[in-house]
Design a protein around this ligand. Structure first.
Ligand code: UDP
Ligand code: MG
Length: 149
């Protein structure tokens, strides 16, 4: 089953949107596999966003992600990576489709509430960066056959 690494960024925590964001992923039918609430060190932030090093928004992005506690999660399901990206919406909230987390709850690209892995290689890297293998819980929900064919 595919897994995606999802982070509720500091603005989502500060704005009291943890439950709203988790609820949307949960209602979509995705299955939670791991979750923790934590502060983000500057070195972890730099590793997570290494791909953006050198871009104009890089310094602000590192400040943003380490500006307060975050909720880090692994969500799984069929095509989980694509499904979470779809529910999250485009990077710029004003370009995101209505009904997505970013369009419905955010305004600014630099305060877009949520991170999610963008592909299988990124997901594997990010899951390994934020979680130990034993943090990932292998389980099945009662009634799961009504969500996963
Ligand atoms: N970002 C920004 N300005 C930009 C582009 C990106 O502040 O012009 C921030 C934004 O928080 C975004 C993150 O950098 O979520 C990572 O950018 P990416 O292109 O990977 O977007 P995402 O995968 O989060 O949609
Ligand atoms: Mg990205």
């Amino acid at each position: 089953m595919e897994k995606s690494l999802v982070i509720i960024k500091p603005d989502g925590v500060q704005r009291g949107l943890i439950g709203e964001i988790i609820g949307r992923l949960e209602r979509r039918g995705l299955r939670l596999a791991a979750m923790k609430f934590m502060a983000v060190s500057s070195s972890l932030a730099a590793q997570h966003y290494a791909v953006h090093q050198g871009k104009p928004f890089y310094a602000g992005l590192l400040d943003y992600i380490s500006s307060g506690p975050v909720v880090v999660m692994a969500w799984e399901g069929p095509k989980a990576i694509e499904a979470v990206r779809q529910t999250m919406g485009a990077t710029n909230p004003t370009a995101a489709a209505p009904g997505t987390i970013r369009a419905d709850l955010a305004l600014d690209i630099g305060r877009n509430l949520i991170h999610a892995s963008d592909g299988p290689e990124t997901a594997a890297f990010e899951l390994g960066l934020w979680f130990l293998p034993e943090d990932l819980v292998s389980w099945a929900r009662d009634g799961e056959r009504w969500v996963f064919e």
